[in-house]
Design a protein around this ligand. Structure first.
Ligand SMILES: Cc1cc2nc3c(=O)[nH]c(=O)nc-3n(C[C@H](O)[C@H](O)[C@H](O)COP(=O)(O)O)c2cc1C
Ligand SMILES: Nc1ncnc2c1ncn2[C@@H]1O[C@H](COP(=O)(O)OP(=O)(O)O)[C@@H](O)[C@H]1O
Length: 348
């Protein structure tokens, strides 16, 4: 996948999916799918990966529901266009925590078969473009789209005044098709949105977050050294260093599945069961929040590796225990609890 933030190095012509797509949830996937090519290459590794992590997308793929660049006869690059930084971050001046930081989003887009990702620099100049200027100067002149796919509530241009109707009108005037993807609901009728997913994660409602996402919420990070205490209590824990912009779920203990990432796949870890703690470790007077994972029935060296941890269930809040012994007894119980939860999960 070609990734660029310079409008001078964009591959053209394009079929564009436009939005911020934080989380790449099931609603976002609906917006991106129409620009994908029917036969985007999915090798066997990608198929297995998608089956394990994103079965909803694979199902859609296999049913051949993809529109083949919205029926375009001329080949064009399937291109996801997002803004960077997130417009909210630009306006508030506050760093925004993301469900899918850049590296994670790049991996998912690649897996979906997107050929190009354009990160439009969101600065003062971009923020003051009128809807028409944005469409004509940025989209049409620079990206040469043959078709554009957006969600029903997409807003653009100065003060978000441009609506989907405006986009249809301006782009239509230049002979460009616009596909407006309607509100996509969960099986139970619930609305799918990044903010609902954030709220669920903050509450520890992992199953609901995962249902809205269409896959498990992931933490991807490299293993760094901790206080080296874990091994002394019989539960070594891989401490993860995560991108600073990653959105953290509720503090506490989780049942998780752990996999290696593609670039360090040599330990044979694919959805390995584990327990994870996110928190300050009050029992050992920890000062900062750490994310640490213990892999069940496994031993080996993880330092320097990059791990992908899928959150499956919230087990309990973090507690301050009176002694290391009582913490150890509780971690043993957590491991049993996680084993049960993950066994039920794998039978589904
Ligand atoms: C499953 C699990 C549950 C944990 N729960 C708690 C907890 O409730 N309270 C706490 O203070 N620390 C908790 N911890 C963190 C331990 O204090 C930590 O793993 C230990 O101090 C070792 O840290 P180290 O990796 O830096 O050596 C938990 C760790 C794991 C793996
Ligand atoms: N089952 C396991 N789960 C997690 N890490 C393990 C496991 N077995 C061995 N390790 C290794 O032990 C390290 C963690 O040991 P620990 O004593 O907790 O040290 P640290 O405080 O540096 O994390 C991991 O980074 C990994 O290299």
């Amino acid at each position: 996948m070609w990734i660029t933030s310079s409008l001078d190095t964009v591959l053209t012509p394009t079929a564009i999916a436009l939005g911020n797509f934080d989380g790449l949830h099931r609603g976002h996937q609906q917006v991106i799918q129409p620009i994908l090519k029917r036969h985007s290459p999915l090798d066997s590794r990608q198929r297995t990966e998608m089956l394990l992590t994103n079965p909803v997308t694979l199902l859609t793929w296999d049913r051949g529901l993809l529109d083949n660049n919205l029926g375009e006869s001329q080949p064009c690059y399937s291109t996801v266009v997002t803004f960077h930084p997130h417009p909210q971050e630009f306006f508030t001046g506050q760093p925004k925590k993301l469900l899918t930081p850049l590296d994670e989003k790049a991996e998912w887009l690649k897996t979906m078969g997107v050929e190009q990702w354009v990160l439009l620099p969101f600065d003062e100049q971009m923020a003051t473009l009128s809807p028409r200027e944005f469409v004509e100067r940025i989209l049409i002149q620079k990206l040469q789209p043959r078709c554009i796919s957006v969600g029903f509530d997409f807003r653009f241009g100065k003060k978000r005044t441009g609506t989907v109707k405006d986009l249809e009108k301006i782009a239509g005037h230049h002979g460009i098709k616009v596909k407006t993807v309607p509100l996509y609901l969960c099986e139970n009728g619930e609305r799918i949105s990044s903010s609902e997913i954030r709220t669920s994660l903050e509450k520890g409602a992992i199953r609901r977050a995962n249902q809205l996402l269409g896959r498990s919420y992931h933490l991807v990070g490299s293993v760094v050294q901790g206080q080296q205490l874990g091994r002394t209590i019989g539960f070594p824990t891989a401490n993860l260093h995560l991108p600073p912009e990653k959105f953290f779920p509720r503090s506490g203990v989780y049942a998780v599945k752990v996999s290696e990432t593609e670039n360090n796949a040599n330990l044979g870890l694919v959805n390995h069961p584990g327990v994870m703690n996110i928190g300050c470790r009050p029992t050992v007077a920890g000062q900062t929040i750490t994310v640490e994972v213990h892999l069940l029935n496994w031993s080996g060296d993880l330092y320097g590796k990059t791990l992908k941890v899928s959150l499956e269930e919230f087990l309990r809040p973090e507690q301050k225990f009176p002694s290391l012994e009582s913490l150890t007894t509780q971690i043993q119980a957590d491991c049993l609890h996680a084993t049960e939860v993950l066994a039920v999960e794998s039978q589904k």
